[in-house]
Design a protein around this ligand. Sequence first.
Ligand code: ASP
Ligand code: MG
Length: 419
Amino acid sequence: MKVYKFGGASVKDAAAVKNVARILEQDQKEKKVVVISAMGKTTNMLEEVHLRRLEMGNWKDAFEKVANYHNQMAEDLGLSEGALFQDFQDLLVQMDTDFAKPLSGNTALEYDRVVGQGEVLSTLLISAYLEQVGLNVEWVDVRNVIKTNNEHRRAEVDWERSQKAADILLAHLEEDTERTIITQGFIAQSKLGNTTTLGREGSDFSAAIIAYLLNAGSVTIWKDVPGMLNADPKWFNNTVELPHISYNECIELSYYGASVIHPKTLKPLQNKNIPLYVKSFNDVSLKGTVIDATSDYDTLVPMYIFKPNQVLLSIKSRDFSFIVEKNLSDIFDMISESGLRVNMMQNSAISFSIVVDQDDSLIKGLREMLQVAYEVKYNDGLDLLTIRHYDEATVKSLTTGKEILMEQRSRQTLRFVLR
Ligand code: ASP
Ligand code: MG
């Protein structure tokens, strides 16, 4: 069995959905579980609905945009009947009723309740279409399979409960060899039975969880790129495709900020040695990228990861005493409480420096905590450049004419904070 994952961009309009149908049609030999995200920018639109509900504002207008977008899609796909289409229409009515109910006071739970519906809408609509064009599909509510703790917006998977639930699905799948299962990314179910979400862009992770639970033979992520590249073409010219990299290399790349695959995706796959394919939904004949345990090809080309809008915070004790273990422990506690993620860090005798994304309100919170005992210097508008498998020529070409504020070099990785 294979797992396929289609993201929002690959189902953003009727032409894209038709393309999904073509991809599924061309390969009906093997059983498939297909994980699909919310259509296009639906998740952002639903976040707007959520915010307006919190502010007691006009959420109806924002919701109407979501409804219109999906209704237009249904029309463009020529859908007007069938049980799945009916379920889709009922859900829109249900959402309208649910959103009008008073807020519970748990805003993260409210977020998941609203935002998690994007995936349900998209999978109902797409399943209805796939059925209409003659594919044998079954819509499965992923909340019956992926179980989490009660934390909302970044729920943690409860692997034991999920495995039990997945075994039931697995037995069901074995009964019927023909059917393609269509299910949702991003959402899951808490212990209390509420909808949870796995974090923005979490559908890749959903596909990996399902592959793990069902012992799939592979996962294919269909994307609007030809495969993984050695750099983001938004920032670099002359990018090259990576035909084959290892799980570990891919984990390193996403840790440093490469955004092709959600960072949590690799671990479940690596644990069961399930290969991950990244393929182009625009041109299925392209080979794409294979990610598996083979590391032979990892160091063939240098890879570049660029993160703009970085802030360097240099933290010194007010009495100029050394920064020792106790200080570091206090500082780390405060960073952890601030919610900031440290992209790079370095220490000297009297100062400790961190590089973080420019999130003004989180940084303000951290500075307020720190300033009681520390003096904090602040530099913004910086870039963080990471080069894996560097050579001196590329390093030179990328750093000449730039001011280097911080530099870190290990055997495989070179990192610069630049202005
Ligand atoms: N629809 C969700 C989001 O946009 C999950 C995903 O696309 O992976 O964040
Ligand atoms: Mg999405």
